[in-house]
Design a protein around this ligand. Structure first.
Ligand code: MN
Length: 137
């Protein structure tokens, strides 16, 4: 009965920006299994390259990246006409209290704490996409 909802959410494209290869792989496998089309980037430069080719519905953004960090990249994307409409969800380390506020201040639409809970991740993403869709009918 809820299949039409999950199908429409599953057609969404997600860019995962994460420098840790194990976390990147884990997030991609889980999201692909949930039916999402997943794009990957290991750092900010790589993410910008991907974004010249494809505009995802949502970016899962690790905040701690080598080179340009995730908060700086988020501010840049939210300042840019072509990318400001993309939902950005920060991936924050559980131990780093205060990161959530920094993420929201930088323009992130939500955050998910690491370590990633593979059972919860697809539902967390679907909830955020639903919230964004409700805000922009
Ligand atoms: Mn990192």
């Amino acid at each position: 009965m809820s299949s039409s909802i999950s199908e429409s959410l599953s057609s969404n494209r997600i860019l995962v920006v994460e420098d840790n290869p194990v976390n990147l792989k884990l997030a991609c496998v889980v999201l692909e299994a949930a039916g999402y089309t997943v794009l990957k980037a290991a750092d900010a430069d790589c993410a910008l390259d991907v974004l010249t080719e494809a505009v995802p519905d949502l970016i899962l953004m690790d905040l701690a990246l080598p080179g340009t960090d995730g908060l700086t990249l988020t501010r840049y994307l939210k300042d840019n006409h072509d990318t400001k409409g993309i939902c950005i969800v920060a991936l924050t380390a559980f131990a780093m209290k205060g990161d959530e506020k920094k993420a929201l201040d930088a323009g992130c639409d939500g955050y998910i704490t690491k370590p990633i809970d593979t059972r919860k991740l697809p539902g967390q993403i679907a909830d955020l996409l639903r919230q964004i869709a409700a805000q922009n009918p």
